[in-house]
Write a protein of this length. Structure first.
Lengths: 77, 402
């Protein structure tokens, strides 16, 4: 097998597996979103916040990601 | 009666008894170690790795002495001990040999670092936009793929070429793992080059971004409040399924996958004790020993391989190509999203966690102080870790079969 063919094959396999990973995420998201019910006790806070947001016409701020990722984690790996 | 003074101050006098070229190279390595130590101290290069590495690099070259059979050596470690008898003998002589034999020869150190990375990994944006994240990441693997034929044409074997090319993934544990699996003879130079360059990305990538991406594109505003919250359950479920599936596909790379996802799962399961252990003890300890042992491997009698200069060039090529691939995909995403995605998140897909994401944020904020792209950049950043692990798995599985 030619070296360029090998490189192309590796890239193609990597692309296919990456798409498979995307499919896994989409399936999990779909399955879990279907199970969410407004009456679920764990989601009460979310429901209240959504209601308040709708009432005040404001988006519910969700800065948790930003807060976590800007805490200043050091290092590189 | 006192022994000859030459035998008392062996480190000093071996300078005059060894080949002049070796002595000059040894002195150069001592000075280079001091330079790395200083740059780490000044935070120009990553201190977590450069401080222990610079120190051991300087000391291992200073402490060269005459060993048995009038050979030059140190009491640090012998990376060439291969047979059981040699290893058992080395364990009794060299003080770093237990760590090297236990954690380096089998890739354990890479897995420990990877588990620590898993605990630091934030999957939120990746889970929200998996398609975008993975496509950016696969584009940012350009160097990991394109360097393979380049290295091969320059005279390296296929397996050595793959070990060099994986530097383009900008992921230290992956370089360690691939090199140990495919090109153990080049483990020292490739790993050293990889870690030095990963440290340098912090300094070089900003210039690449500013040179290639116009200011108005770098200033694209992205609002982190638009990222919907993702439940721990989703992240936990993804980690379990992806870990099992990838291990099923690539059993040879299963140690890497399970280590990374173990870290993520521990985090998402909110097992506070393990989380603290992984982050504060495991990752910190592994990084310290990684840096220290890598520095100790840079002894003049170990590193005397002229191919290291080629590896230096190829490592830089791999990282530059990956950066270019990521930025090109970022620009494509910018136009395809009708100018709503900051193209700089493309370079974050070069998976040097979390450095490239932080560098992208820094450059974006210089162009527009109000934009916060870091949470968005973490998606491709995490996806980059996964794609590099996938390519590493393909290399270690496929290439030995050819």
């Amino acid at each position: 097998m030619d070296i360029l063919q090998i490189a192309a094959t590796v890239y193609l396999i990597a692309l296919i597996i990456s798409l498979l990973v995307v499919v896994i995420v989409v399936v999990i998201r779909t399955l879990t979103s279907e199970k969410k019910q407004p009456s679920d006790e764990h989601d009460i806070e979310v429901v209240i916040a959504a209601s308040l947001a709708a009432y005040t016409s404001e988006k519910k701020p969700s800065l948790s990601v930003k807060e976590r990722t800007t805490e200043g984690e050091v290092g590189f790996w | 009666m006192l022994p000859p003074i030459v035998n008392i101050f062996q480190g000093l006098f071996t300078f005059f008894t060894m080949e002049p070229l070796m002595a000059i190279l040894r002195l150069t390595l001592i000075l280079l170690g001091i330079l790395l130590l200083y740059l780490g101290y000044r935070n120009v290069l990553e201190p977590l790795i450069m401080v222990p590495m610079g120190l051991s690099m300087a000391v291992v070259n200073a402490a060269i002495m005459l060993m048995a059979a009038q050979k030059y050596g140190t009491l640090f470690l012998d990376p060439f001990a291969g047979s059981v008898t040699e290893v058992v003998g080395a364990l009794q002589i060299y003080f770093l040999q237990p760590i090297y034999t236990l954690a380096f020869t089998n890739g354990l150190i890479a897995c420990l670092v990877f588990a620590g990375i898993g605990v630091l990994t934030d999957l939120d944006f990746f889970i929200v936009r998996p398609g975008l994240s993975m496509l950016l990441a696969i584009a940012a693997e350009l160097g990991t793929i394109a360097t393979l034929p380049i290295a091969y044409f320059l005279g390296f074997s296929l397996q050595e070429s793959a070990s060099i090319a994986i530097v383009g993934g900008a992921d230290g544990p992956m370089v360690l793992f691939t090199t140990l699996m495919l090109a153990r003879n080049l483990f020292v130079p490739i790993t050293i080059v990889a870690y030095v360059y990963l440290s340098i990305t912090y300094a070089v990538y900003p210039y690449l971004m500013k040179a290639l991406i116009p200011r108005h594109m770098r200033a694209t505003f992205m609002d982190p409040r638009e990222i919907p919250s993702v439940s721990s359950r989703d992240k936990f479920a993804f980690s379990v399924v992806a870990c099992i599936l990838l291990s099923l596909l690539f059993p040879v790379a299963a140690p890497l996958f399970v280590s990374f996802f173990l870290g993520v799962i521990v985090k998402e399961a909110k097992i506070a004790r393990y989380q603290k252990f992984f982050d504060e003890v495991l990752l910190t300890g592994s990084t310290l020993f990684l840096g220290f042992v890598l520095g100790a491997l840079l002894s003049v009698n170990v590193i005397l391989d002229m191919r290291i200069f080629l590896i230096l060039i190829l490592g830089m090529v791999a990282l530059l190509l990956s950066g270019l691939g990521g930025l090109a995909a970022g620009v494509a995403a910018y136009y395809l999203s009708h100018k709503k995605i900051n193209p700089l998140i493309g370079i974050a897909a070069v998976s040097c966690v979390p450095t490239t994401a932080k560098v992208a944020q820094k450059v974006a904020q210089e162009a527009n102080p109000e934009t916060i792209i870091l949470p968005f950049a973490m998606g491709p950043n995490v996806a980059g870790v996964i794609t590099t692990a996938i390519i590493c798995a393909i290399y270690v599985t496929l290439l030995p079969l050819l």
